[in-house]
Design a protein around this ligand. Structure first.
Ligand code: GLN
Length: 304
Protein backbone atom coordinates (compact mmCIF):
# COMPACT_ATOMS: atom_id res chain seq x y z
CA UNK A 1 0.00 0.00 0.00
CA UNK A 2 1.33 3.47 -0.91
CA UNK A 3 0.28 5.34 2.23
CA UNK A 4 1.50 8.75 1.06
CA UNK A 5 -0.46 8.55 -2.17
CA UNK A 6 -3.54 7.36 -0.30
CA UNK A 7 -3.55 10.18 2.26
CA UNK A 8 -2.76 12.82 -0.38
CA UNK A 9 -5.80 11.58 -2.32
CA UNK A 10 -7.92 11.65 0.83
CA UNK A 11 -6.82 15.21 1.71
CA UNK A 12 -7.96 16.26 -1.77
CA UNK A 13 -11.21 14.29 -1.70
CA UNK A 14 -12.48 15.62 1.64
CA UNK A 15 -12.13 19.26 0.56
CA UNK A 16 -15.86 19.61 -0.21
CA UNK A 17 -16.59 18.81 3.45
CA UNK A 18 -14.40 21.60 4.82
CA UNK A 19 -16.45 24.57 5.85
CA UNK A 20 -19.68 22.53 5.89
CA UNK A 21 -19.51 22.28 9.67
CA UNK A 22 -18.59 24.77 12.38
CA UNK A 23 -16.00 24.48 15.18
CA UNK A 24 -17.16 23.94 18.78
CA UNK A 25 -18.89 27.10 19.96
CA UNK A 26 -19.44 26.24 23.61
CA UNK A 27 -15.74 26.77 24.27
CA UNK A 28 -15.35 30.32 22.92
CA UNK A 29 -11.58 29.98 22.45
CA UNK A 30 -12.17 27.15 19.95
CA UNK A 31 -14.96 28.86 18.02
CA UNK A 32 -12.59 31.02 15.96
CA UNK A 33 -10.64 28.12 14.38
CA UNK A 34 -10.62 28.20 10.58
CA UNK A 35 -12.86 25.29 9.44
CA UNK A 36 -10.97 25.04 6.12
CA UNK A 37 -8.04 23.37 7.87
CA UNK A 38 -7.46 19.64 7.43
CA UNK A 39 -4.60 17.29 8.25
CA UNK A 40 -3.96 13.57 8.32
CA UNK A 41 -0.93 11.58 9.53
CA UNK A 42 -0.17 7.87 9.63
CA UNK A 43 2.56 6.50 11.90
CA UNK A 44 3.54 2.90 11.31
CA UNK A 45 5.14 0.48 13.75
CA UNK A 46 8.23 0.24 11.55
CA UNK A 47 9.01 3.89 12.32
CA UNK A 48 7.61 5.78 9.32
CA UNK A 49 5.32 8.77 9.58
CA UNK A 50 3.41 10.03 6.53
CA UNK A 51 1.43 13.26 6.58
CA UNK A 52 -0.72 15.42 4.34
CA UNK A 53 -2.48 18.77 4.68
CA UNK A 54 -1.93 21.15 7.62
CA UNK A 55 0.12 18.57 9.46
CA UNK A 56 2.45 21.06 11.20
CA UNK A 57 -0.41 22.95 12.80
CA UNK A 58 -1.07 22.14 16.42
CA UNK A 59 -4.62 22.02 17.72
CA UNK A 60 -6.30 21.44 21.04
CA UNK A 61 -6.56 17.66 21.51
CA UNK A 62 -9.54 18.01 23.91
CA UNK A 63 -11.10 14.60 24.62
CA UNK A 64 -8.37 12.65 22.85
CA UNK A 65 -6.48 13.35 26.11
CA UNK A 66 -9.01 11.01 27.78
CA UNK A 67 -7.51 7.97 26.06
CA UNK A 68 -4.03 8.85 27.28
CA UNK A 69 -5.18 9.71 30.82
CA UNK A 70 -7.03 6.41 30.95
CA UNK A 71 -3.84 4.61 29.87
CA UNK A 72 -1.89 6.26 32.71
CA UNK A 73 -4.57 5.40 35.27
CA UNK A 74 -4.85 1.77 34.11
CA UNK A 75 -1.07 1.53 34.37
CA UNK A 76 -0.83 2.83 37.95
CA UNK A 77 -4.22 1.88 39.43
CA UNK A 78 -5.23 -1.20 37.46
CA UNK A 79 -8.66 -2.75 37.48
CA UNK A 80 -9.78 -1.01 40.71
CA UNK A 81 -10.77 1.77 38.31
CA UNK A 82 -13.79 -0.26 37.20
CA UNK A 83 -15.55 0.04 40.54
CA UNK A 84 -15.89 3.79 39.88
CA UNK A 85 -16.64 3.93 36.16
CA UNK A 86 -18.31 1.43 33.83
CA UNK A 87 -17.29 0.39 30.33
CA UNK A 88 -20.55 0.45 28.39
CA UNK A 89 -21.48 2.78 25.53
CA UNK A 90 -23.73 5.57 26.77
CA UNK A 91 -25.75 6.31 23.62
CA UNK A 92 -25.92 9.87 24.94
CA UNK A 93 -24.00 13.04 24.13
CA UNK A 94 -20.56 13.31 25.74
CA UNK A 95 -21.63 15.99 28.22
CA UNK A 96 -25.04 14.53 29.11
CA UNK A 97 -26.29 14.69 32.68
CA UNK A 98 -29.37 12.45 32.57
CA UNK A 99 -27.86 8.98 32.92
CA UNK A 100 -25.63 9.90 35.81
CA UNK A 101 -28.40 10.35 38.34
CA UNK A 102 -30.18 7.13 37.36
CA UNK A 103 -26.91 5.28 37.76
CA UNK A 104 -25.95 6.73 41.18
CA UNK A 105 -23.00 8.81 40.02
CA UNK A 106 -21.14 5.93 38.30
CA UNK A 107 -20.45 7.11 34.72
CA UNK A 108 -21.19 4.76 31.82
CA UNK A 109 -17.62 4.83 30.49
CA UNK A 110 -14.30 6.70 30.86
CA UNK A 111 -14.73 8.69 27.63
CA UNK A 112 -17.89 10.64 28.32
CA UNK A 113 -17.07 13.75 30.35
CA UNK A 114 -18.36 12.32 33.65
CA UNK A 115 -16.16 9.25 33.25
CA UNK A 116 -13.13 11.31 32.31
CA UNK A 117 -13.64 13.44 35.42
CA UNK A 118 -13.54 10.28 37.57
CA UNK A 119 -10.40 9.13 35.74
CA UNK A 120 -8.85 12.56 36.36
CA UNK A 121 -9.78 12.31 40.04
CA UNK A 122 -8.02 8.95 40.32
CA UNK A 123 -5.06 10.33 38.38
CA UNK A 124 -4.84 13.26 40.81
CA UNK A 125 -4.79 10.87 43.79
CA UNK A 126 -2.26 8.52 42.16
CA UNK A 127 0.04 10.88 40.24
CA UNK A 128 -0.36 14.27 41.96
CA UNK A 129 -0.12 16.94 39.25
CA UNK A 130 -1.73 14.64 36.66
CA UNK A 131 -2.13 17.16 33.84
CA UNK A 132 1.61 17.89 33.93
CA UNK A 133 2.30 14.13 34.16
CA UNK A 134 0.15 13.67 31.04
CA UNK A 135 2.04 16.43 29.23
CA UNK A 136 5.37 14.72 30.05
CA UNK A 137 3.96 11.38 28.86
CA UNK A 138 2.87 12.92 25.55
CA UNK A 139 6.21 14.69 25.09
CA UNK A 140 8.01 11.36 25.48
CA UNK A 141 5.61 9.38 23.34
CA UNK A 142 5.52 11.88 20.48
CA UNK A 143 9.20 12.81 20.65
CA UNK A 144 8.21 16.53 20.74
CA UNK A 145 9.59 18.13 23.90
CA UNK A 146 7.71 21.40 23.41
CA UNK A 147 4.13 20.08 23.53
CA UNK A 148 2.26 22.27 25.99
CA UNK A 149 -1.04 23.40 27.45
CA UNK A 150 -2.99 26.25 25.93
CA UNK A 151 -3.89 28.19 29.04
CA UNK A 152 -6.17 30.50 27.08
CA UNK A 153 -8.31 27.52 26.00
CA UNK A 154 -8.24 25.96 29.48
CA UNK A 155 -9.34 29.29 31.01
CA UNK A 156 -12.04 29.78 28.38
CA UNK A 157 -13.42 26.32 29.11
CA UNK A 158 -13.28 26.86 32.87
CA UNK A 159 -15.20 30.09 32.50
CA UNK A 160 -17.95 28.39 30.47
CA UNK A 161 -17.68 24.88 31.96
CA UNK A 162 -20.94 24.81 33.87
CA UNK A 163 -22.00 21.38 32.60
CA UNK A 164 -18.72 19.79 33.58
CA UNK A 165 -18.95 21.51 36.97
CA UNK A 166 -22.49 20.15 37.38
CA UNK A 167 -21.33 16.61 36.54
CA UNK A 168 -18.43 16.89 38.96
CA UNK A 169 -20.52 18.27 41.83
CA UNK A 170 -23.13 15.59 41.34
CA UNK A 171 -20.51 12.83 41.44
CA UNK A 172 -18.91 14.45 44.49
CA UNK A 173 -22.31 14.26 46.23
CA UNK A 174 -22.39 10.53 45.41
CA UNK A 175 -18.90 10.02 46.87
CA UNK A 176 -17.37 9.23 43.47
CA UNK A 177 -14.88 12.13 43.44
CA UNK A 178 -12.28 12.10 46.21
CA UNK A 179 -10.46 15.36 45.47
CA UNK A 180 -11.92 18.89 45.53
CA UNK A 181 -14.15 19.55 42.50
CA UNK A 182 -12.13 22.62 41.50
CA UNK A 183 -8.84 20.70 41.32
CA UNK A 184 -10.38 17.87 39.30
CA UNK A 185 -11.91 20.35 36.84
CA UNK A 186 -8.76 22.38 36.46
CA UNK A 187 -6.59 19.31 35.69
CA UNK A 188 -9.24 18.01 33.31
CA UNK A 189 -9.43 21.34 31.43
CA UNK A 190 -5.63 21.60 31.27
CA UNK A 191 -5.32 18.06 29.87
CA UNK A 192 -7.98 18.88 27.23
CA UNK A 193 -6.13 22.06 26.26
CA UNK A 194 -2.88 20.30 25.24
CA UNK A 195 -1.90 21.24 21.69
CA UNK A 196 -0.39 18.71 19.29
CA UNK A 197 -0.25 18.26 15.53
CA UNK A 198 -1.43 15.12 13.72
CA UNK A 199 2.07 13.66 13.38
CA UNK A 200 2.74 14.05 17.11
CA UNK A 201 -0.63 12.57 17.92
CA UNK A 202 -0.21 9.58 15.61
CA UNK A 203 3.23 8.82 17.10
CA UNK A 204 1.90 9.18 20.65
CA UNK A 205 -0.80 6.61 19.86
CA UNK A 206 1.63 3.95 18.66
CA UNK A 207 1.86 2.17 22.02
CA UNK A 208 -1.85 1.37 21.62
CA UNK A 209 -1.19 -0.08 18.16
CA UNK A 210 1.82 -2.04 19.46
CA UNK A 211 0.12 -3.99 22.26
CA UNK A 212 1.24 -1.57 24.99
CA UNK A 213 4.91 -1.15 24.10
CA UNK A 214 5.92 2.19 22.65
CA UNK A 215 8.23 2.01 19.64
CA UNK A 216 8.97 5.73 20.21
CA UNK A 217 10.11 5.71 23.86
CA UNK A 218 10.84 1.99 24.06
CA UNK A 219 8.68 1.81 27.23
CA UNK A 220 6.20 -0.96 27.95
CA UNK A 221 3.36 1.43 28.82
CA UNK A 222 0.59 -1.12 29.26
CA UNK A 223 0.25 -4.88 29.26
CA UNK A 224 -0.93 -6.44 26.02
CA UNK A 225 -4.27 -7.06 27.66
CA UNK A 226 -4.64 -3.44 28.88
CA UNK A 227 -3.86 -2.11 25.40
CA UNK A 228 -6.60 -4.37 24.04
CA UNK A 229 -8.98 -3.06 26.72
CA UNK A 230 -8.37 0.60 25.83
CA UNK A 231 -8.79 -0.12 22.12
CA UNK A 232 -12.05 -1.92 22.88
CA UNK A 233 -13.38 1.05 24.84
CA UNK A 234 -12.27 3.42 22.08
CA UNK A 235 -14.22 1.35 19.55
CA UNK A 236 -17.39 1.18 21.64
CA UNK A 237 -17.31 4.57 23.41
CA UNK A 238 -14.56 6.77 21.88
CA UNK A 239 -16.84 8.78 19.64
CA UNK A 240 -19.82 8.93 22.04
CA UNK A 241 -23.26 8.47 20.50
CA UNK A 242 -21.65 8.07 17.07
CA UNK A 243 -19.60 5.00 18.09
CA UNK A 244 -21.88 2.71 16.09
CA UNK A 245 -21.52 4.90 13.01
CA UNK A 246 -17.72 4.99 13.40
CA UNK A 247 -17.49 1.20 13.88
CA UNK A 248 -19.64 0.74 10.78
CA UNK A 249 -17.86 3.22 8.55
CA UNK A 250 -14.29 3.25 9.88
CA UNK A 251 -13.96 -0.06 11.70
CA UNK A 252 -11.15 1.07 13.99
CA UNK A 253 -10.90 2.09 17.66
CA UNK A 254 -11.13 5.90 17.58
CA UNK A 255 -11.01 8.72 20.10
CA UNK A 256 -12.30 12.12 19.05
CA UNK A 257 -12.09 15.59 20.58
CA UNK A 258 -14.09 18.77 20.07
CA UNK A 259 -10.91 20.48 18.82
CA UNK A 260 -11.63 18.47 15.63
CA UNK A 261 -8.98 15.78 16.09
CA UNK A 262 -9.54 12.02 15.91
CA UNK A 263 -6.98 9.35 16.80
CA UNK A 264 -7.56 5.91 15.25
CA UNK A 265 -5.64 2.72 16.02
CA UNK A 266 -5.01 -0.25 13.74
CA UNK A 267 -3.59 -2.80 16.22
CA UNK A 268 -0.39 -4.46 15.06
CA UNK A 269 0.03 -1.98 12.18
CA UNK A 270 -0.33 1.75 12.66
CA UNK A 271 -1.87 4.79 14.28
CA UNK A 272 -3.75 7.42 12.25
CA UNK A 273 -4.55 10.99 13.33
CA UNK A 274 -6.85 13.35 11.47
CA UNK A 275 -7.86 16.91 12.21
CA UNK A 276 -10.38 19.39 10.88
CA UNK A 277 -12.14 21.80 13.27
CA UNK A 278 -15.69 21.61 11.84
CA UNK A 279 -17.83 19.29 13.99
CA UNK A 280 -20.92 17.28 13.19
CA UNK A 281 -23.99 17.27 15.45
CA UNK A 282 -22.42 14.72 17.78
CA UNK A 283 -19.21 16.66 18.33
CA UNK A 284 -16.93 14.68 16.01
CA UNK A 285 -14.93 16.17 13.15
CA UNK A 286 -17.05 15.97 10.00
CA UNK A 287 -14.13 15.84 7.55
CA UNK A 288 -12.18 13.66 10.00
CA UNK A 289 -14.82 10.94 9.84
CA UNK A 290 -14.99 11.22 6.05
CA UNK A 291 -11.20 10.85 5.86
CA UNK A 292 -11.01 7.82 8.16
CA UNK A 293 -13.86 6.15 6.29
CA UNK A 294 -11.96 6.60 3.02
CA UNK A 295 -8.69 5.43 4.59
CA UNK A 296 -10.03 2.07 5.77
CA UNK A 297 -12.31 1.55 2.76
CA UNK A 298 -9.62 2.23 0.17
CA UNK A 299 -6.82 0.41 2.03
CA UNK A 300 -9.02 -2.53 2.99
CA UNK A 301 -7.57 -2.28 6.53
CA UNK A 302 -9.69 -2.36 9.67
CA UNK A 303 -10.09 -4.51 12.77
CA UNK A 304 -12.86 -6.46 11.05
N1 GLN B 1 -13.11 19.73 27.13
C1 GLN B 1 -14.27 19.29 26.43
C2 GLN B 1 -15.46 19.23 27.39
O1 GLN B 1 -15.29 18.86 28.51
C3 GLN B 1 -14.00 17.96 25.84
C4 GLN B 1 -15.18 17.38 25.12
C5 GLN B 1 -14.81 16.64 23.88
O2 GLN B 1 -13.72 16.82 23.32
N2 GLN B 1 -15.70 15.84 23.39
O3 GLN B 1 -16.56 19.53 27.03
Amino acid sequence: MNIQQLIDDIARDVRPYLGQAAPAAYIPALAGEDPQQFAIAVATLDGHCHASGDSDTRFSIQSISKAFMLARVLEVYGDSLWSRVNKEPSGNPFNSLVQLEYEQGIPRNPFINAGALVVSDIALSQLGDCSTALREFLREESGAADIDFDQHIADSEAEHGHRNAALAHFMKSCGNLHNPVDSVLSHYFRACSLRMNVMELARAGLFLANHGRSPVSGEQRLTRSQAKQINAIMLTCGTYDAAGEFAYRVGLPCKSGVGGGILAILPGRMSIAVWSPGLDARGNSLAGLEALDRFTTRSGQSVF
